[in-house]
Design a protein around this ligand. Structure first.
Ligand code: HEC
Ligand code: HEC
Length: 453
């Protein structure tokens, strides 16, 4: 067995019971968004990742000058430093706990969906905002060293991340490949099957899309291949500890979680807008952008158009990383009601997403390669390597406040992950040259209009 197989065997070591083909669609349940949010925050669907003591000790493995700063700090200041380093947001009612992990009564921490799907912008946690601060790889590698140093056993993530990159820049993750790796060892009923060759993997990072647009779409993901539903959301906990019975048992939970996601709406732009300029922008947008992105306002329409990769021209790694076999394998499984719903097996491109609340959801494109809407509109000015500056919002360019860097970037691995290097595999900021047909005035007007969506 090679190292990859060894770790996968560790990850998928036990099997579960069989799952019956029917599902509880007619269970009479009334899905509740409030219940959905409660479940996300409080119910663990995975085995715990680490305990409170390990979290409180993380600072001991930090590089300088952060290490010395933490050593002199109070416990509360140290927690704030840790939350900032890993991209965690305090819960409003219990600020010692983050929204991104379930912390149970015994101090066990378990990652939840909000790890990637609940971020903050200028300190404000808008519901459904992607977590553009999440530093999963840095948290996991710091945690592994902390556990080894303090004699605590390693868990799934600590081991899995030795063979599987989790995310090479903060705010984006290899989540799509987590799904491929886990699904490879399940049959259509989600029984665990161990004697399979390892899946073909193309590691790459994606930026999670905002949840407030899900209600506008019929299908999900950057290539729009999977029909919406509650089961599609459950792939996240395909770890070996969760046999097929667990998926049945938790199905109603995910009806509530789906209701929460579908209830979300885009946040309003909190700063000033030039109404006249925005109105000019609306006209230009409707002439040049609406055919793909739809219209906004009372008579809104969204075409949900998949644009061929050669036409959109953005990075194609994500598209190619999911093969037709993978998509059809998923389509035949329990997640897709055994093929009852039509998937798009070979999308050939990316979907033009709805642009509601787009002012808030930087960075842009499916790989998170473009830091502001201004850069999206000015393709020649997109930075090759950039780093965001704290949690600041760039009002002029509408997006992340950044500094531009030279390559190669120096520093510890944790520091390097603060940079987004568009020259790396899967991280290109090229393409979507549609705004090139606009003049400077139209671009200014469209930028203003995008704030109103
Ligand atoms: C490690 C990060 C991570 C975690 C944890 C995570 N997601 Fe995601 N999610 C992503 C990424 C990245 C995408 C984009 C994937 C793509 O487009 O191929 C995504 C896409 C989605 C979408 C599609 C949105 C759209 O507009 O197409 C939904 C819905 C979603 N996730 C729900 C969930 C739920 C529910 C959970 C927990 C059960 C969860 N996610 C956990 C990273 C994550
Ligand atoms: C031919 C179809 C098409 C046209 C025309 C088009 N777009 Fe797009 N747009 C796309 C696609 C496809 C994507 C997704 C690309 C990706 O993620 O790789 C996209 C992405 C975007 C994004 C990033 C969204 C996000 O959440 O990351 C913005 C903003 C955007 N387009 C704005 C515009 C504006 C403004 C115009 C008009 C000047 C325009 N687009 C014209 C197809 C189009």
């Amino acid at each position: 067995m090679n190292r990859f197989m060894l770790v996968l065997a560790f990850l998928f070591a036990t099997s579960g019971g069989a799952l019956r083909a029917d599902d509880a669609l007619d269970s009479g349940l009334r899905p509740s968004p409030e219940r959905g949010l409660w479940l996300l925050l409080n119910k663990p669907y995975l085995p715990p990742d680490f305990d409170q003591q390990a979290f409180d000790n993380l600072w001991r493995v930090w590089e300088e000058p952060l290490h010395s700063q933490a050593e002199k700090a109070t416990a509360e200041e140290r927690r704030a430093l840790a939350f900032a380093r890993y991209g965690l947001t305090p819960r409003p009612d219990e600020p010692t706990k983050p929204m991104q992990y379930v912390v149970d009564g015994r101090g066990q921490w378990t990652m939840n969906c909000l790890a990637c799907h609940q971020g903050k912008l200028t300190g404000h946690a808008y519901p459904g905002l992607p977590n553009s601060h999440f530093a999963l790889e840095t948290l996991t590698s710091d945690m592994r060293r902390t556990k080894l140093w303090s004699g605590k056993p390693l868990t799934r993530m600590d081991m899995g991340s030795l063979v599987m990159p989790l995310g090479t820049s903060n705010g984006t993750t290899n989540a799509v490949m987590f799904g491929v790796a886990l699904m490879n060892y399940r049959d259509a009923d989600l029984n665990i099957v161990r004697n399979r060759p390892p899946p073909k993997m193309t590691h790459h990072d994606c930026d999670a899309p905002p949840w407030w647009n899900v209600h506008r779409k019929k299908r999900l993901y950057a290539d729009d291949f999977a029909p919406r539903g509650h089961r599609v959301l459950m792939q996240f906990f395909l770890v070996e500890e969760n046999g097929p019975d667990k998926f049945r048992e938790w199905e109603d939970d995910y009806r509530h979680i789906e209701a929460y996601i579908n209830s979300l709406r885009a946040p309003k732009y909190p700063f000033a807008i030039d109404g006249q300029l925005a109105e000019a922008g609306r006209l230009a947008f409707n002439a040049h952008c609406a055919e793909c992105h739809g219209t906004y306002g009372p008579d809104r329409e969204y075409p949900e158009r998949i644009v061929p990769i050669d036409e959109v021209g953005t990075d194609r790694v994500r598209l190619d990383a999911l093969s037709v076999e993978h998509r059809t394998g998923y389509a035949r499984s329990w997640f897709n009601h055994y093929g009852e719903r039509a998937i798009v097996a070979d999308p050939g491109g990316y979907v033009a997403p709805p642009l509601d609340g787009v002012w808030a959801s930087a960075p842009y494109f499916h790989n998170g390669s473009v830091p502001t809407l201004w850069h999206l509109l000015h393709a020649n000015e997109r930075p090759a390597v950039w780093r965001r500056v704290a949690d600041k919002f760039d009002e002029a360019r509408v997006g992340l406040e950044i500094e531009i860097a030279e390559t190669p970037v120096s520093g510890s691995f944790a520091q390097k992950r603060q940079y987004f290097d568009t020259t790396r595999f899967g991280k290109s900021a090229a393409g979507h040259l549609f705004p090139n047909r606009l003049d400077a005035g139209e671009k200014r007007a469209i930028l203003e209009y995008l704030k109103t969506l």
